[in-house]
Design a binder for this molecule. Sequence first.
Ligand code: MD3
Ligand code: FE
Length: 226
Amino acid sequence: MLQASEAAEWRGKLMKSGGDPQMTAISRDIRGFRLFAGLINRDAQVAMVAALRGVVASAPLYQPVTPGGRQMSVRMTAAGRLGWVTDRRGYRYEPLHPSGVAWPAIPEEVMAVWRSVSGTERGPDCCLVNFYGADARMGLHQDRDEGDFSFPVVSISLGDEALFRMGGVEKAEGTESVWLKSGDVVVMGGAARLAFHGIDRVRHGSSTLLPQGGRINLTLRVVEGI
Ligand code: MD3
Ligand code: FE
């Protein structure tokens, strides 16, 4: 079982501010989602990217197709017991990458972030890896292919800055936008778990983390209840 002191220790290793267990100075609530700006320091970001190079070496990024037949602009892969996939047959979670190999394990560096901010003992089933090149975006959508919405979704941004748009649970509700930067972590729990959200654009080359530019977003999800 994870003790509060262990969680604080993980935060100490990750945080720019050096380990305030409350993280009050750097977290803020925006429409029910919690933004931890700059939670992951540069060294930890570099280590995470190195671990992700291992993930994509065994489970390569691919450009998924929606059930409607449109190719997504984002490239994807996943780690963990299950990966989210889309093709002409629909949106779903699968135990295998489209190539037929099992998804690799979620890197320990990424698990540390989940343990630090999720507020749950339950581990994630899926770490979805989204890669955004210069022209990639993600339309406004809800994440509802999981069997249990009682756990939060944790998002980690690495590399170029992206304009994140957040709405309400109803599509007609107004939206609010915020730039997500490398090292930022967002936690969507409670009512925000089913809120509409998307990525309008990426500022290509705004970060030096990835030598060729681009943005990586990781989303950690519980897919099925215990
Ligand atoms: C709010 N990814 O993978 S992360 C996705 O930056 C996704 O790649 C975006 O939306 C990205 O589904 C946004 C922030 C995020 C992720 C999941 C959420 C916000 C969320 C689930 C529920 C509510
Ligand atoms: Fe989403």
